[in-house]
Structures are given as structure tokens and as C-alpha cells.
Design a binder for this molecule. Structure first.
Ligand code: SAH
Length: 241
């Protein structure tokens, strides 16, 4: 991959989406190294179905960058089911004011994220291996913001994520274009888990020749999650709340 072609494509994509202010020279360099590594390691780890640099720029980097304005300054964030580090790696590159914990159940994915973070010297990113419903025991009600992208439908996602969020904090769940339907199905689960309401925010990614529509479901945490949640995964998935 040619570096100057990548950097000019990246600049174009950020400016097309009105977020070029975020993209410092240093962030651009880091996105280049991260993308190069994602492409070379993908064969070994099967990290992403998106393989061409231009698609990575729009569908991974811009998509995750568009979440950044929804995250307040200086907060502690947990990324549940980070996979190859989305949205945690782009957020860690763009936001040195926040602290991010990225977790995933699969050790080869967390190993990949940890090595990438070390290569990029991202001191604001910590990586943890384990299932959300198991590891939460030591981290209940301790993050300002939980984020997740493409992990589970909203009823399940709420049970996995809301226990991590402190009262007054938020869950930001990144979704494709079915967000609205998932949210209406999950209202009851959200209320049972200490969340309030939930709103769908439209995210439009301007890409060459098309506008890709995603949603972010935002849920505010109003009261503590009752001690019985999250349940074991077999129950969460077989009988979503
Ligand atoms: N967020 C990334 C990865 C999505 S794939 C992206 O958008 O590209 C979903 C990931 O969630 C997988 O890596 C899987 O291992 C992880 N996952 C699913 N259920 C989980 C759970 N209960 N706890 C932790 N990780 C989970």
C-alpha cells in the first residue's frame, strides 16, 4: 500500500465527512500503520471482511471517527467485543483525553489489538481478554461510556454492556440500518437493566458515489443494574430480556 495515496485518501474521506479537524498529521501516520498491519495480519487472524484500503478508510476509520463527537472529554470508555479494535483503536488514536478498555472473548483478537496499540504507542488503551458477562464482576458500574460495534442485537447488547456503565453514564451501540427496530424490541430489557429510554442517532458516511446510513443507539444509565444481571450467556442468548 502506497503511503501518500493512503494519506491523501484519508484526508479526502475525513473532509468529505466534515471531520478533518480531528485528523492531525500524527493521527494520519498512525492510521496508515494501523491499516497496513490490519491488511497484512488479516490473512493470519481473519480479522475483517473489509480488505481494500479505501473501504477500510470509510467503513472502519470514518465510521468509528464519527462516534467521537458523542463521547465527552476525559471519560473512561469500555469497548465490548472490540474484535480487531473497532471502535477502540481509532478512538484511542483520535482522543488522547479519554481512557479506553477494549475487551473481547477471543484471545487472538485481543493479542492483535494489544500488539497494534504497543506499535502505535497508544498509552490510553488497555486490552482485556474474556467474555463481557464474566469479566464484568470486577468492573461493574465503573465506566462513563460503553461502546460496541456489530456485536449483538440490542436486547443482548444491553445486558452485556449496561452493567459496566455507572449511573449517569451512557451506552453507545453502533448499528447498521436496523437500529430503530432493534431499539423498540429492547425497551423492556433496557428498563430492567437500569437504562432509560434509548434514542437512535443517524450516522451518515459520505463515501465515493454513495451515502452509507448507520445508526448509534444511545441509552442513558439511570439506576444501578440489579445484581442478577448479566446472566450466563446461554440464558442471555436463549431468552433475551
Ligand atoms: N467490534 C468489532 C468486532 C465485531 S465482531 C468490529 O466492529 O469490527 C464481534 C466481536 O464480539 C467478536 O470479536 C467476538 O469475539 C466478540 N464478542 C461476542 N460476544 C462477546 C461477549 N459476550 N463478550 C466479549 N466479546 C464478545
Amino acid at each position: 500500500m502506497d503511503k501518500s495515496t493512503f494519506i491523501s485518501g484519508l484526508n479526502r474521506a475525513f473532509s468529505q465527512n466534515g471531520i478533518s479537524r480531528m485528523l492531525t498529521r500524527e493521527a494520519g501516520e498512525k492510521f496508515f500503520l494501523m491499516t497496513e498491519r490490519l491488511i497484512t495480519e488479516n490473512e493470519k487472524y481473519n480479522l475483517t471482511a473489509i480488505r481494500e484500503p479505501e473501504k477500510i478508510i470509510y467503513l472502519h476509520l470514518v465510521d468509528c471517527a464519527l462516534l467521537s463527537p458523542l463521547i465527552p472529554r476525559g471519560v473512561a470508555v469500555v469497548d465490548i467485543g472490540c474484535g480487531a479494535g473497532f471502535p477502540s483503536l481509532p478512538l484511542a488514536i483520535l482522543r488522547d483525553d479519554i481512557k479506553i478498555t477494549a475487551l473481547d472473548a477471543t484471545a487472538k483478537r485481543t493479542a492483535y489489538v494489544k500488539e497494534t496499540a504497543a506499535m502505535l504507542r497508544l498509552e490510553n488503551l488497555t486490552v482485556v481478554t474474556g467474555r463481557a458477562e464474566d469479566i464484568v464482576a470486577g468492573m461493574r458500574e465503573s465506566f462513563d461510556i460503553a461502546v460496541s460495534r456489530a456485536v449483538a442485537e440490542m436486547r443482548i447488547m444491553s445486558e452485556l454492556a449496561l452493567p459496566f456503565v455507572r449511573v449517569g453514564g451512557q451506552l453507545l451501540a453502533m448499528k447498521g440500518n436496523r437500529g430503530k427496530y432493534e431499539l423498540s424490541d429492547a425497551k423492556r430489557a433496557i428498563a430492567m437493566l437500569g437504562g432509560r429510554g434509548g434514542e437512535c442517532l443517524d450516522i451518515k458516511i459520505s463515501a465515493p458515489g454513495e451515502v452509507i446510513e448507520h445508526t448509534v443507539i444511545r441509552v442513558r444509565k439511570e439506576t444501578k443494574t440489579p445484581a442478577g444481571y448479566p446472566r450466563a450467556y446461554a440464558q442471555i442468548s436463549k431468552k433475551p430480556l
